[in-house]
Design a protein around this ligand. Structure first.
Ligand SMILES: Nc1nc2c(ncn2[C@@H]2O[C@H](COP(=O)(O)OP(=O)(O)OP(=O)(O)O)[C@@H](O)[C@H]2O)c(=O)[nH]1
Length: 758
């Protein structure tokens, strides 16, 4: 039997030098890592797969395999749910709850910090057997600061379970997860958890899936009993009632539908048929004839529509109360695709990067994607999804990007923090190799193919902190930073060229705090941190010309370089994710070609520290059209300086502006505090996008500049007597208001002047 499991990783930066506790890094391999992946896979129902020419044993193995992710808003119960799945599938012998209530903690939250804080930080992966099926599960973190973990998981998975809370429903992070699932074309089933909670209302959540996420969704179950009387579910497809029995709900009893539930079951089955008829022709015909589909017709239609990304079946249960988790597992195998139902496309580098469909069988030449790197106790672990062919211990594979051939020294499958050695992993599977040096996102083949699988979407960091190790200098400081960067592409490190301070940046305060804490716990390096700073950016809003001559003739060899051209705003390129370009259009040799790279260097020098407030410059194209050189005095340095200064001149004329990260903030609190919460948001320059009221609680979603969110948790706590909750996620960078721009510039000038004095 073959299994799979695991998670993924980041495009690392490579360390170049470490001195005085500061670390310098080369640029990340960003262009490759930013390719959007929409184009790289699509879904198919089984008809176009060439099963006839494949090994029947391999086909059977693949048909019995599911690679799934579990994603949701924070605290919806993903970890609890995964724990129950592991228990019912026999992977673990006992149930332990999150937050270490019983001193053990859930199996999937294996880092100490995770257990203490009761949140999932690194996605843990595991596999389980359900009947004749092998299911590989990735438990992804819910907090927005760890979005990259979710992105990585979705890239290599074939299907997902989206968990929602039966009371809170669609929350801000659910919207993020929805966006990610769409980006990576992941078919999903939805699971409404916490059905035991007071106020649980699954049908209101189904409405939210339709209205807020615009999904064609329908419940395929109804609950038996409500809140603390919740005891099981009626399956509208199989037309049977299911109850969990036994101490931990390990027995699933099938009975007839109770009489009193018949009217609701009939109504909801009708709704299911109606929704399916909208997306599936076969059900549409049955619906028009006013008939009821058979269980088999229902199941094939739900499977077809789910895999085609047209429909999400909605299930419900209570992981914590051990109710209706087994039907969820049944739905995973019944409705989510196996690896042969996914068409993954690679680019053939030998053939002008022509897209080629990969064939998911083990007999084909090997193609795999290294999607996560993890530095563990026993060395570097590289997680790999095998797209075609098989990966064998001791075999040689080639890194397509570097051309380096390596031997697979050791191959394992992961079970949270534990591992199990294996000799071979077949097509469609996920596993990990030891001791292989590569970057996350690298494609490996057997050497006969030069295929490249496009890589993962990496969001921009929004917040940064300066970091100084306390006490004596230690190489562990740079070692830790280097490792974190290799693991997590949203965690960046750079050294401020003037202050020589090490600056870390990432997706939120919690994200950075966790790394500072891990430095202390795992590397014994305590650090002092500066105040969190918003990751502003600088850009221009109109084109402006430059014509700049750099000239110096004070004794010795002179310096001469003249550059002419213009700057213009540049939108992000959809294909490459790049929004910065240097375009050389000099003809006739007015600037000799050997000086052009120096000009480009000058342009890059100018981007690091914007002229307005010293933040990075984005969204700009520099077009070099003409210039002049001197036979004796021109040099690379002269052209580099000329271009940097020309950039500054033109930047000032191009209506420059500061961009700030805008956060999508979701707040919920008791209804009596609605006025003060909305008032608080207004004061923080928030724009309310949506509000809704459920029972005695209200939810509000607003866009607020990150710069105005500092201290918000304290404010919310005091405004709601500690009863309000909020979460936020990065939405976009937008121009700051004019007066804010003025303020920021003045502050920056003052700081610079103070630095000079000192
Ligand atoms: N009432 C109730 N509580 C639940 C249920 N499932 C989980 N919980 C509780 O909800 C809290 C969060 O559960 P987790 O399983 O950690 O949620 P998560 O989604 O993995 O959380 P993150 O990893 O932090 O995003 C814990 O206190 C659980 O005990 C449920 O079915 N009913």
């Amino acid at each position: 039997m073959t299994f799979v499991r695991s998670l993924l990783g980041g495009v690392g930066r490579i360390k170049v030098a470490a001195r005085h506790g500061a670390v310098a890094f080369t640029e990340p391999q960003a262009a490759h890592s930013l390719l959007p992946t929409q184009a790289c896979r699509r879904w198919q129902t089984t008809s176009s797969v060439d099963y006839d020419n494949a090994d029947p044993v391999d086909v059977k193995r693949l048909r019995m395999l599911r690679n799934i992710g579990i994603s949701a808003h924070i605290d919806s119960g993903k970890t609890t749910c995964t724990e129950r799945i592991l228990y019912y599938t026999g992977r673990i012998k006992e149930i332990h709850d999150v937050r270490g209530r019983d001193g053990v903690g859930a199996k999937m939250d294996s880092m100490d910090l995770e257990r203490e804080k009761g949140i999932t930080i690194q996605s843990a992966a595991t596999y389980a057997s359900w009947g004749d099926y092998n299911v590989n599960i990735i438990d992804t973190p819910g907090h927005v600061d760890f979005t990259i973990e979710v992105e990585r998981a979705l890239r290599v998975l074939d299907g997902a379970v989206m968990i929602l809370c039966s009371v809170s429903g669609v929350q801000s992070q659910t919207i993020t997860v929805d966006r990610q699932m769409r980006r990576y074309n992941v078919p999903r089933i939805s699971f409404i958890n916490k059905m035991d909670r007071a106020g649980a209302n699954p049908f209101r959540i189904v409405d939210q899936l339709r209205n807020k996420l615009k999904l064609t969704a329908a419940a395929i179950q109804i609950p038996i009993g409500a809140e603390d009387q919740f005891r099981g579910v009626v399956d509208l497809v199989k037309w049977k009632a299911y109850y969990n029995e036994g101490e931990s709900g390990e027995e699933l009893a099938e009975r007839d539908i109770p009489e009193d539930l018949m009217p609701l079951a009939t109504e909801k089955r009708h709704e299911l048929i109606e929704q399916l008829a909208n997306v599936d022709d076969e059900i549409a015909d049955i619906y028009l004839m006013e008939e009821v589909p058979t269980a088999e017709q229902f199941m094939t239609a739900i499977r077809r529509a789910t895999i085609d990304l047209k429909f999400t079946p909605v299930l419900m249960g209570s992981a914590f109360k051990n109710t209706a988790v087994q039907p969820l597992l049944n739905a995973v195998v019944d409705y989510l695709p196996d690896p042969t139902e996914v068409v993954n496309t690679a680019l053939d580098i030998k053939d002008n990067e022509k897209p080629v469909d990969l064939s998911p069988f083990s007999a084909n030449p090997f193609v795999g994607l290294a999607f996560k790197l993890e530095e563990g106790r026993y060395g570097q672990l590289t997680y790999m999804r095998i797209y075609q062919g098989s990966l064998k211990k001791g075999s040689f594979i080639t890194n397509v990007k570097t051309g380096k051939k390596i031997k697979v020294p050791r191959l394992v499958r992961m079970h949270a923090a534990d591992m199990e050695d294996v000799d071979e992993l077949g097509a469609g599977e996920i596993g990990a190799m030891f001791g292989v040096d590569c970057a996350s996102g690298d494609t490996f083949t057997d050497g006969s193919l030069q295929y490249s699988l496009s890589s993962m979407f990496v969001p921009e960091p929004v917040i940064s902190l300066s970091l100084v190790p306390k006490g004596k200098e230690t190489p562990n400081f740079s070692k830790a930073l280097n490792r974190f960067q290799k693991e997590d592409p949203t965690f960046r490190v750079h050294v401020d060229s003037e202050s020589k301070e090490t600056i870390i940046s990432g997706m939120g305060e919690l994200h950075l705090q966790i790394y500072v804490e891990r430095m202390k716990r795992e590397y014994n390096v305590e650090c002092l941190t500066g105040k969190p700073q918003v990751a502003f950016r600088e850009t221009i809003t109109q084109a402006a010309k430059f014509n700049y001559t750099h000239k110096k003739q004070s004794g010795g060899a002179g310096q001469f370089g003249r550059v002419m051209g213009y700057l213009e705003p540049m939108d992000k390129d959809e294909e490459t994710g790049k929004d910065i370009a240097f375009d050389n259009r000099v003809v006739g040799g007015n600037i000799p070609t050997n000086y052009i790279p120096a000009c480009e260097k000058g342009f890059n020098d100018a981007l690091d520290k914007g002229p307005l407030i010293g933040h990075p410059v984005n969204g700009i194209r520099m077009v070099l059209e003409d210039g002049a050189a001197h036979a004796v005095d021109s040099s690379e340095l002269a052209f580099r300086i000329a271009t940097k200064n020309a950039f500054h001149d033109a930047f000032a004329k191009a209506k420059p502006t500061i961009l700030e990260p805008i956060m999508n903030v979701s707040i919920s609190a008791p209804i009596e505090f609605q006025g003060s919460v909305i008032g608080g948001l207004n004061k923080r320059k928030g724009t309310v996008v949506d509000t809704d009221v459920q029972e005695d609680y209200f939810n509000v979603i607003a866009d607020v500049p990150l710069n105005d969110m500092f201290g918000y948790s304290t404010e919310l706590r005091s405004a709601t007597q500690g009863k309000g909750e909020f979460s936020m996620e990065y939405k976009e960078h937008l121009p700051v208001q004019t007066f804010v721009q003025e303020q920021l510039i003045q502050e920056y000038k003052k700081k610079e002047a103070e630095k000079k004095k000192a």
